[in-house]
Design a protein. Structure first.
Ligand code: ATP
Ligand code: MG
Length: 648
């Protein structure tokens, strides 16, 4: 068969196969064009999930008759003035969307520029282009796509139900809308309006327009349980909002990531998010968040995917480090805060079916900008370092005293037994006994009556029930703490802190282990050997294509699978430019040490010990959830308890 150049229409249909694989993809291209044209309001109308009609109306800059005619030509764009693919400030840049859509549908564009006395319209049917004719239309552009894929019946067959296609289109518009809170959006589909987003400008009442927009899309629970992020490193900025770990899902569908305003699903970014939360969530649970990365355009290649949903970073390690660092810092700043949904879920399960729902406002958090690095309770004085130090004493088991807990008994407690951690590799963390001053203060608090409960966020311990749960009274409600989960988290945080303070202890291998790898992987490891040594792993190159490991972190123990560890680290260095396998593994070990070293359910605690536990939770970052993302405590407000009993 002779080689020939394909006709233009066929070329466009082939391109359409990549660019517009379903109605939602056409919606994405059209809405992106409207945003690039500076629109403030974008209305999308669908019929039959976009299969019969997609109409996108914007109030942006519009086009002249000549521009209209050019816009539907392949590779015609107004967005690459400098012919520089590394200098892209718009969502579009290829000049491919309109000709591709025009090749597989009946496309009509009507557009008018400000200052022009008439609008112009142009139609393309299955790739056959008409001429611009005068039309009536306000300033802006209306694009109608009828009978999408009528020219490519094979594609039509693969489309799903109307509802599914509409959902996809709504999802696409939502993602773009998150990056543009100042623009109003609607999506309508035959009488329904599945999406209606007013423009968010308001700083009037101090509301953050971005958070308001995110709340409208991701839900109020997210809005109430999100932490703000704003971090910079070397010209890269990361901002947005991340959910508390206790607000989690079993998929990553609640994770919205943007690079320079472009929604992406990027492996590197998702991996960084997982890394940042690894410490708080089980592997199969995923946080909710919306993160925006602004990066100089010469440092990112956006031209790597037909639908532009993937990007490539010049410095992957920088991006990953920025994300992991900023997220961990924010989560630490949240202190022991667990999401409000925890209390809500608890109350919901108390109620019989059909009972009145509890208004959400009852659980609202007062959102507070946090300074980072500490608890973020409004109007609460945190315990002093001395108090906290002394409060740690509670963690030792009470050997000599097993009697029932009673009010006022705390002051009479015996001295504390040696630490449960005494034989752990970090035995130097053995806490001292509870200082007599603190013990009596705590006992006094325990005796305080309801009228003058000191204003501690987690309240004053009142009782232990089933030797598993601590019940405490707060100023306006009560808290139930899972003593094992809470203590496990506290011990874990302490082990990690001491690891940071004292460095990772190493253990020399009797026989150094040689690990064979690809040549590039081995030299990458050798290059980073200083950094790995800081984490307790000492290795050096061993001829070509191998490394020899001489020391490993003592925490990993004698049975560590060194080859698997080293291979994982090498893979990460290749893929991400940074390694996390070692840190994650150390954290896993700490976590299981913490589990064994913490107070079990079933152990009797005195009121003094309980109070000390509560105070330490307040002072410890991440103490609102256990290492698997489950809450360590549930808070019930008095108002809600009263509602449960029909008193309100
Ligand atoms: N809604 C609109 N308002 C104003 N001008 C528009 C609009 N839609 C398209 N255009 C013009 O038509 C041109 C072609 O649009 P098209 O979407 O085909 O390509 P692009 O946006 O430049 O690049 P890409 O293929 O990456 O989307 C744009 O560069 C722009 O000048
Ligand atoms: Mg475009």
């Amino acid at each position: 068969m002779p080689i020939r150049l394909l006709p233009e229409t066929l070329v466009n249909r082939i391109a359409a196969g990549e660019v517009v694989e379903r109605p939602a993809a056409a919606v994405k291209e059209l809405v992106e064009n409207a945003l690039d044209a500076g629109a403030r309001r974008i209305d999308v109308t669908l019929r039959d999930g976009g299969k019969a009609l997609i109409q996108v109306v914007d109030d942006g800059g519009g086009m002249t008759a000549d521009e209209l005619s050019l816009a539907v030509e392949r590779h015609a764009t107004s967005k690459l003035p400098g012919d520089d693919l590394l200098n892209i400030h718009t969502l579009g840049f290829r000049g491919e969307a309109l000709p591709s859509i025009g090749a597989v549908s009946r496309l009509t564009i009507t557009s008018r520029q400000p200052g022009s006395d008439s609008a112009w319209a142009l139609t393309v049917e299955g790739g056959a282009k008409g001429r611009p004719v005068p039309a009536a239309h306000p300033v802006g552009t209306r694009i109608e796509v009828r009978d999408l894929f009528y020219a490519t019946p094979a594609r039509l067959k693969f489309l799903k139900t109307t509802r599914t296609e509409t959902d996809h289109a709504v999802d696409v518009v939502q993602r773009l809308a998150m990056a543009h809170p100042e623009v109003a959006f609607t999506v309508a589909d035959e009488g329904r309006t599945p999406l209606r987003l007013p423009a968010q400008r308001g700083t009037l009442n101090g509301e953050d327009p971005l958070l308001a927009r995110l709340g409208a899309i991701m839900g109020r629970e997210f809005q109430e349980n999100a932490l703000p992020i704003d971090a910079r490193r070397e010209g890269v900025r990361l901002y947005g909002h991340i959910g508390l770990p206790t607000l989690n899902k079993n998929t990553t569908a609640g994770q919205y990531l943007f690079v320079n305003g472009r929604p992406v699903r990027d492996k590197l970014l998702l991996g960084a998010v997982r890394g940042a939360y690894a410490d708080f969530l089980a592997r199969d649970r995923h946080p909710l968040l919306a993160l925006f990365l602004d990066i100089p355009c010469e440092d990112v290649d956006v031209n790597v995917h037909p639908a532009k949903t993937e990007v490539r970073f010049r410095d992957q390690g920088l991006v990953r480090g920025l994300i992991v660092g900023a997220l961990k810092h924010a989560l630490a700043g949240a202190g022991h805060r667990a999401s409000t949904t925890v209390g809500q879920a608890a109350l919901a399960s108390f109620r019989a079916d059909g009972a009145r729902p509890i208004p959400q406002t009852a659980f609202q958090w007062q959102p507070q900008p946090h300074a980072g690095g500490g608890g973020s309770w409004p109007g609460i004085t945190r315990p002093t370092a001395g108090q906290v130090e002394a409060a740690r004493a509670f963690q030792a088991p009470v050997a000599a005293w097993e009697g029932p807990t009673a009010e006022g008994s705390a002051a009479a407690q015996p001295a504390y037994a040696p630490s449960i951690l005494a034989d752990a590799p970090h035995g130097d963390m053995v806490p001292g006994p509870l200082s007599p001053g603190l013990a009596s203060a705590v006992a006094a608090m325990a005796r305080a009556n309801a009228d003058d409960v000191p204003d501690f966020p987690l309240g004053i311990a009142r009782a232990q029930v089933h030797q598993t749960y601590i019940v405490s009274q707060t100023r306006d409600g009560m808290v139930i703490v899972d003593q094992h989960a809470a203590h496990e988290r506290l011990v874990y945080e302490r082990i990690k802190q001491s690891m940071v303070a004292q460095g990772v202890k190493r253990q020399m291998l009797l026989i150094p282990e040689v690990v064979e790898l690809e040549e590039a992987a081995a030299s990458r490891l050798a290059e980073r050997s200083d950094e790995l040594a800081e984490l307790g792993l000492c290795l050096e190159s061993f001829g070509t294509g191998a490394v020899v490991v001489r020391e490993i972190p003592a925490l990993l123990g004698a049975k560590a699978d060194i080859k698997a560890l080293v291979t994982d680290i090498a893979d990460e260095l290749a893929e991400l430019g940074d390694q996390h396998a070692l840190k994650e593994r150390l954290e896993e070990v700490c976590s299981s040490m913490a589990c064994h070293g913490s107070v079990r359910a079933g152990r009797v605690l005195t009121l003094g010990e309980m109070d000390a536990l509560l105070r330490e939770m307040e002072a410890t970052p991440h103490s609102g959830q256990c290492n698997h993302g489950r809450p360590t405590y549930v808070e019930l407000k008095l108002a809600d308890i009263e509602r449960l009993f029909g008193r309100r």
